[in-house]
Design a binder for this molecule. Structure first.
Ligand SMILES: Cc1cc2nc3c(=O)[nH]c(=O)nc-3n(C[C@H](O)[C@H](O)[C@H](O)COP(=O)(O)O)c2cc1C
Length: 225
């Protein structure tokens, strides 16, 4: 396929994607298609390659009902989505430069020799303490870690749109209540993870009510020459 056709296809997907409020509950995403979406999440970039995420796919009806009670932004999506993803992200215990998780990622996933891992961890300590200042509070590192999840979320929504699957990113929920529901169901180890964001996937019930509205390029872009 030539470059212009690819660009057209990608832009069509970006225009097709909208924050879908209600899905056709009778239409399910095939395993093959959903695995493709997950794979684009798995291949997403993350700071220092630490992949701080876990993708929790909530297909249990009772659990979705409990989540609906505390998720004002997902009232139409939770009961109708084909697949409902909660992005868990690692907390301060897990993502501080001196954690076992960080060492394991460098040495066992990225196959770095010990001395290379040590050098990166030393640089990471300086980055976390002095550059990004994410170690100042529990929330600081969780926000840093959540940002990585939003990249995976964005990629998954785009790849879904490329194959005609709708989605909605969701932040409209009471975080403490969601975490309690998940912890009570043994789905969240609070010593390691926190909830970053959620996304519903499925097939739209209705066409979007409004055409896309966006600021113009001139309003948001500055080229510095
Ligand atoms: C981080 C984030 C959180 C969002 N949370 C919700 C939500 O809880 N419920 C909802 O219906 N839409 C939610 N949205 C959708 C936005 O309102 C929507 O993307 C925006 O209005 C632009 O519209 P469009 O996505 O249809 O182009 C969220 C979007 C983002 C990026």
């Amino acid at each position: 396929m030539d470059k212009n056709s690819i660009k057209e296809q990608v832009l069509n997907a970006f225009n097709f994607r909208h924050a879908c409020k209600e899905f056709d509950a009778t239409k399910k995403i095939s395993d093959d298609d959903f695995n493709f979406i997950l794979e684009t999440g798995r291949l997403s970039p993350s700071s220092l390659g630490l992949e701080p995420w876990k993708f929790l796919i909530v297909q249990n009806e009772d659990l979705r009902k409990q989540l609906k009670e505390v998720s004002w932004g997902a009232q139409g999506q939770l009961p109708t989505a084909s697949h409902y993803v909660i992005f868990l992200t690692r907390n301060k215990n897990e993502l501080s430069y001196n954690s076992q998780y960080v060492r394991d990622m460098f040495e066992n996933v990225h196959h770095m020799p010990k001395e290379v891992a040590n050098a990166i961890i030393e640089k990471m300590e300086d980055f976390q303490k002095n550059d990004a200042k994410v170690l100042d509070s529990e929330r600081g590192i969780e926000d840093w870690s959540s940002k990585q999840c939003y990249i995976a979320m964005g990629n998954m929504m785009t790849s879904a749109a490329m194959i005609g699957i709708d989605s909605c990113p969701i932040e409209g929920y009471h975080r403490d209540s969601v975490e309690k529901i998940l912890a009570d169901a043994n789905l969240l180890d609070k010593s390691k993870f926190t909830v970053a964001c959620m996304t519903a996937f499925g097939y739209r019930k209705n066409e979007p009510k409004r055409a896309k509205t966006r600021q113009s390029m001139e309003e948001i872009v500055t080229f510095v020459k």
